[in-house]
Design a protein around this ligand. Structure first.
Ligand SMILES: Cc1cc2nc3c(=O)[nH]c(=O)nc-3n(C[C@H](O)[C@H](O)[C@H](O)COP(=O)(O)O)c2cc1C
Length: 123
């Protein structure tokens, strides 16, 4: 069977992130025909619709990396009952310019860990 390439986007930047640990645990437990690629999102500019005329290099890089995979895995904490800004920004950057949504047609899964009772469900 051919390898299934999965892009991993983690919504926490901190070194000791429990969500980074969760992502690594999923990788370890996944069948051997899955290949995981961690996608960098900490160096993206904050999305601005003016980008659409001339997309920034890091935005193009993010879009290309997502377009090169078969599926997506989002691993995220919950910040104030929502998605952390860094991950939301990556979603916005990769989904534009209009008509070039890099996520289109790709299956995705969202998982997360949190110290709160909601366990990241609201993110
Ligand atoms: C700005 C901020 C907002 C948070 N809001 C929530 C929240 O709404 N719900 C929750 O369960 N935990 C919340 N937490 C706690 C996180 O779940 C906890 O810090 C978790 O460890 C973050 O994930 P990480 O270890 O992957 O960085 C918040 C933490 C921060 C820093």
């Amino acid at each position: 069977m051919s390898t299934i390439k999965v892009a991993v986007l983690v919504g926490s930047l901190r070194k000791a992130s429990i969500n980074k640990r969760l992502a690594r645990a999923v990788e370890r437990l996944a069948p051997k025909d899955f290949a995981f690629e961690h996608i960098r999102i900490d160096n993206l500019p904050l999305y601005n619709q003016d980008f659409d005329a001339d997309y920034p290099a890091e935005g193009k890089r993010l879009k290309q990396e997502i377009e090169a995979v078969d599926a997506l895995l989002f691993v995220t904490p919950e910040y104030n009952r929502g998605v952390p800004g860094v991950l939301k920004n990556a979603l916005d950057v990769a989904s534009r310019p209009w008509g070039t949504n890099s996520f289109a047609g790709k299956p995705g899964a969202v998982i997360g860990a949190s110290i709160g009772a909601t366990g990241s469900a609201l993110a």
